[in-house]
Design a protein around this ligand. Structure first.
Ligand code: VGL
Ligand code: ZN
Length: 210
């Protein structure tokens, strides 16, 4: 890239304003469950490190009266994504199991809306919009901007963000509050690229004044 073009790109980046949470915003916390954390069946490396940051975001939204929604991967014991059903994953996030519970260090503010996904044994659903009333709930709340945190960057975060973009939400991916599996190295980087290409903005705590 030429020097002039590089300078222009920098300028555009620095001018791209990060939307600040307001009454038309909601925070989404994606699948921070025991099985997706180290020690769980499908542990995401470093997942526990994001939990205090996610807690900061939850507190920040809750204090201002803005909605917080937490999704959970909530599979029946015979879910099609499990290896024993010819799927690709070890058994994880089975309904009612320890692995399916939210991580004990995740501090849910009162009033957090909890949505379960991928509950149909025959269907995989990475996006928190798929087969759930998430879109309807957000529309009823008057949400225009969705801030996204959680696990895993390259699966449920990615698919949730892409669906939110398609559905017309403004989406802010809080990159200090997500982690991915990166089973194939580069998966997380590609997911970040796909989310930005779909129109999502990426931001960190300091961009929101946290
Ligand atoms: C997820 C793999 C399998 C996720 C769910 O929440 O990202 N990943 N099921
Ligand atoms: Zn799953």
């Amino acid at each position: 890239m030429g020097q002039v073009k590089a300078a222009k790109t920098r300028k555009i980046k620095s001018l791209q304003k990060v939307p600040q949470p307001d009454s038309k915003s909601a925070l989404h916390v994606t699948d921070i469950q025991n099985d997706f954390c180290p020690g769980g069946a499908l542990g995401v490396p470093g997942a526990d490190a994001i939990i205090p940051i996610v807690n900061d975001y939850i507190r920040f939204f809750h204090r201002q009266g803005f909605p917080v929604i937490a999704s959970r991967d909530w599979h029946p014991p015979n879910h099609c994504s499990f290896k024993e059903q010819n799927g690709i994953w070890p058994v994880h996030c089975v309904q009612g199991s320890w692995g399916g519970q939210f991580h004990p260090k995740l501090v849910m503010a009162p009033g957090v809306i909890i949505l379960s996904k991928a509950t149909d044994p025959k269907r995989e659903a990475y996006s928190a919009f798929e087969g759930t009333p998430l879109d309807e709930r957000l529309r009823n709340l008057g949400t225009e901007t969705l801030f996204v945190t959680g696990l895993a960057t390259d699966y449920c975060v990615r698919n949730t963000v892409l669906d939110a973009c398609k559905l017309g939400y403004r989406v802010v991916v809080l990159e200090d509050a997500i982690r991915g599996l990166d089973a194939t190295p580069g998966d997380c980087e590609r997911a970040m690229h796909d989310m930005r290409a779909a129109g999502a903005i990426t931001a960190k705590a300091r961009d929101l004044g946290l």
